[in-house]
Design a binder for this molecule. Structure first.
Ligand code: AMP
Length: 572
């Protein structure tokens, strides 16, 4: 297929804002594509591979600029000027082809196959001289391109097409081209994409085997599946009743880490994130733990990867590290093992998508049996660069008695985790969607700034520190503080130690482990809900409060007032 024909399509796509028009144009292109179909479904979005294949072409804008200059002989300043003006190096390339000193060669006209295959090949150039070879290869394409073709070659190399085609448009175009375009057909294409994350497979299957063929597409080893997403629960009781199946729901810790999909086929292990990035290289500790703990030969597991401090990860009271610290491991390209020792991890497994064969359609309770059969727990060993592998902490709860769920929720927050998940044990795995089968609950009310009025020393490992803090809001009518609850979670050991230092200087009376304090320190806290309560003199109690930060910028009288707490209570 001539590249010029695809360039016409790009121009027509860019010329309309109507998604329906774009869909119809693409449907017509796909119908006529023949053997070019797999290349075209990725190229129309400026991709050269499916969504999960993040093979980087290693083409930067400065490398592309060099290729434009080499192919066209246009003056660098003028090309840069055009680039700056339009903000698009593709437009600058079109100008350079038209105005450069070198004649376009057209020695071998551009075809879609050539543009696609040659650009893909750039990713394989490595080592000394590879930059120069890339510039040459790209310049070779541009030398054979007319102005408009050059525009889109450059945009494809850089991955920004500017023609306004999203995944939804491709999905609909496939359903219109090869199926009847009905809601049901669109849903079938969408499902097939969620499971395969590859429009090349989806388009060819829709064309060759119709909707029935799409329905047979399934999980495949080493091709990531879009993960099931969670919806927000309005409250713990709502979360429980929404998730209940035959009167019971599964409650689990909600960990704050990286979603990780683990594919195992014999000795081969691959790890994918929620965004389908392959992070196998970045987590040798996890690969090692999977090899050690997973006995199943062909299996796909789902879980959350959490980082803990090196000195607590092997204890019973692990301190999770902030997500930002863990996410540095994803970007790391060198000293990976050093980093793995600094931010050791545990994978908390919570689902199984395939064991020998797919179990996506099986209810959660059955998938969990597969999960339990597939692995043995592994203890983390930071020195040996070995991650931990274990089931996420969970408990079965009945809709009538939410007590154990509350307990688990509090326990999760106390241990420094994010909240609670409630899960429907009768539901199938739904890739890429939230459909009320997975509900999340975390403290998310607007935060409050409150003053520490009293405190109590913790028990156990933190017994040196004032770990339980009573919090008051300001009452301007009496110039005093009225308590609204007590806080014991959300701080790191370091934060708690320095907070204790400050508070110990404010102690006015002491009785055993309890101390009264001059009300001077203001903390910002988040919480889930404000309840009426006789326990505190404000008449309210915060549910599941969590420390956010010390507000050194606020005076105690700047703390939130009792009126504001009244208002927030009313607005819930
Ligand atoms: P959110 O990112 O706030 O929408 O919450 C959903 C995310 O929570 C999932 O994508 C997982 O990465 C994470 N998560 C943590 N713990 C669990 C768990 N026990 N079950 C499912 N997802 C979990």
């Amino acid at each position: 297929m001539e590249y010029g024909a695809l360039v016409d399509v790009y121009d027509r796509l860019a010329a309309t804002d109507s998604n329906n028009e774009k869909r119809d144009m693409l449907a017509a292109v796909f119908e006529d594509a023949g053997e070019m179909l797999p290349r075209l479904v990725t190229l129309v979005r400026g991709r050269l591979s499916p969504a999960y294949d993040r093979t980087d072409l290693g083409v930067s804008s400065s490398l592309t600029l060099d290729a434009i200059l080499r192919a066209t002989g246009a003056p660098e300043n003028a090309v840069r000027e055009h680039w700056k003006e339009s903000g698009d190096l593709g437009d600058a390339a079109a100008w350079a082809v038209e105005n450069g000193s070198q004649q376009t060669l057209f020695s071998s006209p551009l075809t879609v196959e050539r543009v696609h295959d040659d650009l893909r090949e750039l990713a394989t150039y490595e080592g000394a001289g590879s930059q120069d070879r890339k510039i040459d290869a790209l310049a070779g394409q541009l030398a054979d391109a007319d102005a408009n073709e050059a525009r889109y070659v450059v945009r494809t190399a850089l991955g920004h097409m500017r023609v306004g085609v999203g995944e939804g448009t491709i999905r609909d175009a496939i359903a219109y081209a090869f199926l009847d375009g009905s809601e049901e057909a669109i849903r079938a294409v969408e499902w097939a994409f969620q499971v395969t994350t590859d429009f090349r497979v989806v388009a060819e299957t829709a064309r060759d085997d119709g909707q029935a063929g799409l329905n047979t597409l399934d999980v495949e080893l080493f091709r990531p599946v879009q993960v099931m997403l969670a919806e927000k629960a309005e409250s713990l009781t709502a979360g429980l009743s929404d998730a209940a199946h035959d009167g019971r729901a599964l409650c689990e810790y909600k960990y704050d880490g990286i979603r990780i999909q683990i594919h195992v086929g014999g000795e081969e292990v691959r790890l994918f994130t929620r965004r389908l990035e392959d992070v196998t290289e970045q987590f040798p500790d996890v690969v090692r733990a999977v090899r050690e703990g997973v006995s199943a030969n062909r299996v796909v597991l789902d879980g959350e990867l959490v980082g803990y401090t090196p000195d607590t990860i092997t204890t019973d009271t692990r301190d999770p590290v902030a997500f930002q610290q863990l996410s540095q491991r994803v970007k790391r390209e060198s000293d990976i093992e050093v980093m793995a020792r600094q931010v050791p991890t545990v994978v908390h497994l919570f689902d199984c998508l395939a064991e020998s064969e797919t179990v996506l359609e099986a209810p959660l309770s059955e998938r969990l049996e597969h999960l339990d059969a597939a692995f043995e727990a592994v203890d983390p060993d930071p020195d040996g660069v070995m991650a931990g592998l274990e089931r996420s902490r969970s408990s079965w709860v009945t809709a009538e008695d939410p007590g154990p769920a509350e307990e688990l929720y509090r326990e999760a927050l106390d241990a420094g985790h994010e909240g609670l998940m409630t899960k429907n044990p009768g539901a199938a795995y739904q890739p890429g969607r939230c459909v009320g089968r997975l509900l999340k609950l975390k403290p998310t009310m607007e935060s409050l700034d409150l003053v520490v009025t009293r405190a109590k020393y913790s028990e156990g490992r933190r017994s040196e520190w004032l770990g339980r803090l009573y919090l008051g809001c300001y009452d301007p009518s009496s110039d005093s503080f009225r308590e609204v609850g007590r806080l014991s979670t959300g701080y790191t050991d370091e934060e708690l130690a320095s907070l204790t230092d400050r508070l110990e200087g404010l102690i006015t009376a002491r009785d055993g482990r309890d101390v009264d304090l001059r009300p001077e320190v203001v903390l910002e806290v988040e919480y889930e809900e404000i309840q009426e309560s006789p326990e505190y003199d404000s008449g309210y109690a915060l549910r599941f409060p969590r420390f956010l930060e010390v507000r050194t910028d606020l005076e105690p009288t700047d703390a939130d007032s009792i009126e504001r707490v009244d208002d927030l209570y009313d607005s819930q």
